[in-house]
Design a protein around this ligand. Structure first.
Ligand SMILES: Cc1cc2nc3c(=O)[nH]c(=O)nc-3n(C[C@H](O)[C@H](O)[C@H](O)COP(=O)(O)OP(=O)(O)OC[C@H]3O[C@@H](n4cnc5c(N)ncnc54)[C@H](O)[C@@H]3O)c2cc1C
Length: 618
């Protein structure tokens, strides 16, 4: 039975009289539930009006340019009950009784833009012709296979299961959570918290509170870190179970575009048991992440336990007397902060002429000033040429701008020279999936690879290699796999160095704007004028906002100081919402907080800040 249904603009909050800037359907068109019917654009946001049901458009009640509000009648839709019952069942794609014949994988449509710095998009690149064909039988059959259980992989698996797909999650290690939870974001922050407590205790003497010099119990420290990790990874295992996501342990490699072979693994590492399984999938999300770069001129890691990557450094073998950190990026500086605070004399060597690439130099200058006494020596534009493993120490030769003339002796060396994607380690070519020379897998803005039913997310698709980017991409991929029209269309991805002090930035930076010649208004609020910052001993910090000179919308922001990482999300939200200085400045921030500095920076741009000396008359 069919019936005529009114389609009205859903609740769009406070927006009123918003013009229609695009009509996406016409009379006679068939639409599915959630298909976009038209696009509205206010000065703040662009919104799509979705179809509430599946059906055929009978009549359009509006035309291009008309202004609409919540509840405006926009179309009449003829709906069939049967069609909508079917649509309401979150139907996963049917499992093929046989592997699909190898029709050459279609090249997906070019990207509509989106995923920031993600690696090359598939665009019009040809699908590779190397795809294999597997003709054996499968042990496990699923709608969706997710390869890798990092923040990208588990988020994709959980979202897909919530949307009704029979999901299998493959992970080579014993616990879920990938690099981030096991050997990355979380354990490093557990250790940085300890370093922060020590810094605070040392600072307390200037406030009239004297603590005794700290004694360090490394076993307890390791237990604290392991406890934090275990709480989170055990929680993930429970959530996988609650969602009926089947977790299968082993090392996966593609056999063809519909089959993955799994060599099962055991123990705390990747020891193979010798057993193999084949999993057949209808769709797949590759979330196999990245690995630390091991420098070629350094003796093999297992041969000398005094040479570690970030995973080894987080195990905290001992507090070395002298430590070298190779790489002045975020990971290197975070680990250097921990080791130096715990008592190691730390040198940092960086090939580029600056530390911490990414944020504006004025933020890094504040960080550097606060850290002059923490590190022994910072060597910029300097290369590590050789490392000799001797009984007493590791002997290192440097060359370049800040290279010491003599060889230097260290007890521990951390290689933090970057990470490489794992794209070349999963036999992706057997599935016809393109992998770049550097190991990235190109995707479009629905996270599809060049093989349309295979998606990729997280570190393996490109920069920035950050957990929150992986999670957002994961949700998009899972939703698209479940038939939803989702896109990765975030305007910005925030970054944070959880050093002491923290440095956080998002969107366009001042240095970048200067280089590109983009016209911007820059507004800075020094924390020396923030009551809370002064009370906390953080008056050295500042908050900066950048506004486009023509649209006046906020396009970037950054801050340096304690909790900068906790506050940068507000600036990201303002950018996503297209806010201007009035929107941010008129948003009442609680007092006294460091977050107030964002509102005050906006007031500086607006010319209405009363917490600073009066603006100069123009
Ligand atoms: C020391 C350190 C600190 C970091 N701190 C932060 C931070 O503070 N904030 C932040 O946003 N990011 C941080 N990162 C980066 C963050 O960890 C990564 O961006 C994030 O983990 C990427 O998620 P992912 O899901 O793409 O991949 P990963 O987390 O790398 O997960 C991939 C998973 O796939 C598995 N896998 C790979 N190949 C196979 C295979 N063939 N078969 C089976 N399983 C396989 C791996 O074992 C792994 O579990 C940090 C990284 C490091 C190293």
């Amino acid at each position: 039975m069919s019936q005529l249904v009114e389609v009205r603009v859903p609740d769009i909050g406070d927006f009123k009289d918003i013009p229609i800037i695009d009509l996406l359907v016409k009379v006679g068109d068939s639409v599915k539930v959630e298909d976009a019917l038209m696009t509205l654009e206010s000065d703040k946001a662009t919104l799509d009006v979705p179809s509430p049901m599946a059906g055929v458009i009978q009549e359009m009640k509006v035309k291009l340019g008309d202004k609409v509000s919540t509840g405006t009648l926009v179309a009449m839709l003829m709906v069939s009950e049967v069609a909508n019952e079917v649509a309401n069942v979150s139907a996963p794609p049917a499992i093929q009784s046989k592997p699909q014949p190898e029709a050459p994988p279609k090249v997906v449509s070019p990207s509509l833009g989106g995923a920031g710095d993600a690696a090359a998009r598939p665009g019009n690149q040809p699908a590779t012709s190397t795809a294999a064909r597997f003709s054996g039988t499968a042990d496990i059959v699923c709608d969706l296979l997710v390869l890798g259980a990092g923040p990208g992989g588990y988020s994709a698996a959980f979202r897909a299961a919530d949307l009704g797909l029979k999901t299998v999650l493959v992970e080579r290690y014993a616990t879920l959570g990938g690099v981030c939870l096991n050997v990355g974001c979380i354990p490093s922050k557990a250790l940085l918290h300890v370093a922060e407590v020590m810094d605070e205790a040392a600072h307390a003497s200037t406030l009239g509170i004297q603590f005794a010099a700290p004694t360090i119990d490394l076993d307890r420290l390791r237990q604290h870190k392991a406890g934090v990790v275990s709480k989170l990874t055990t929680g993930l295992a429970g959530m996988a179970k609650a969602r009926k996501v089947e977790v299968v342990r082993g090392l996966g490699r593609f056999l063809d575009a519909y089959h993955l072979e799994l060599e099962t693994t055991t123990g705390s590492g990747q020891e193979k048991t010798g057993a193999t399984h084949v999993i057949r999938f209808t769709q797949c999300i590759i979330a196999a992440g990245s690995s630390a770069i091991h420098l070629p001129f350094i003796p093999d890691l297992p041969k000398d336990p005094r040479i570690v990557d970030s995973t080894g450094a987080l195990e905290f073998p001992f507090v070395p007397k002298r430590m070298l950190v190779i790489g002045g990026g975020i990971i290197g500086l975070e680990m250097a902060t921990v080791y130096a605070t715990l008592g190691a004399k730390v040198d940092v060597v960086e090939m580029q002429d600056v530390l911490m690439q990414g944020p504006d130099r004025d933020l890094v200058a504040v960080w550097a000033k606060q850290n002059t006494s923490r590190f022994e020596r910072i060597m910029l534009k300097t290369k590590t040429v050789s490392v000799e493993s001797q009984v007493e120490s590791l002997v290192v030769t440097f060359s370049g701008k800040d290279a010491p003339k003599e060889r230097k002796h260290y007890d521990l060396i951390l290689q933090a020279a970057g990470r490489v994607p794992n794209g070349k380690k999963i036999d992706a070519a057997n599935a016809g999936v393109l992998v770049t020379d550097r190991g990235f897998i190109p995707v479009d803005n629905q996270m599809r690879t060049n093989v349309p039913h295979i998606f990729a997310i997280g570190d393996i698709v490109g920069q920035p290699m950050l957990a929150h980017k992986a999670v957002h991409e994961a949700h998009v991929a899972a939703e698209v796999a479940a038939g939803m029209k989702s896109y990765f269309d975030a305007r910005v991805i925030p970054s944070v160095a959880y050093t002491h002090p923290e440095v956080a930035w998002v969107g366009v930076g001042e240095d970048e704007a200067k280089e590109s010649g983009r016209k911007v208004t820059v507004a800075k609020f020094p924390w020396a004028a923030s009551g809370r910052a002064i009370a906390n001993g953080a008056e050295y910090g500042f908050t900066k906002l950048l506004f486009d000179a023509e649209t006046h919308r906020v396009i970037g922001g950054s801050m340096v100081g304690p909790h900068a990482g906790d506050m940068i999300g507000e600036v990201a939200l303002a950018i996503e919402m297209g806010a201007d200085a009035t929107d941010i400045g008129k948003t009442i921030h609680p007092h006294p907080t460091l977050g107030e500095s964002i509102g005050m920076a906006a007031e500086v741009a607006h010319g209405s800040c009363t917490d600073l000396p009066p603006p100069r008359k123009r």
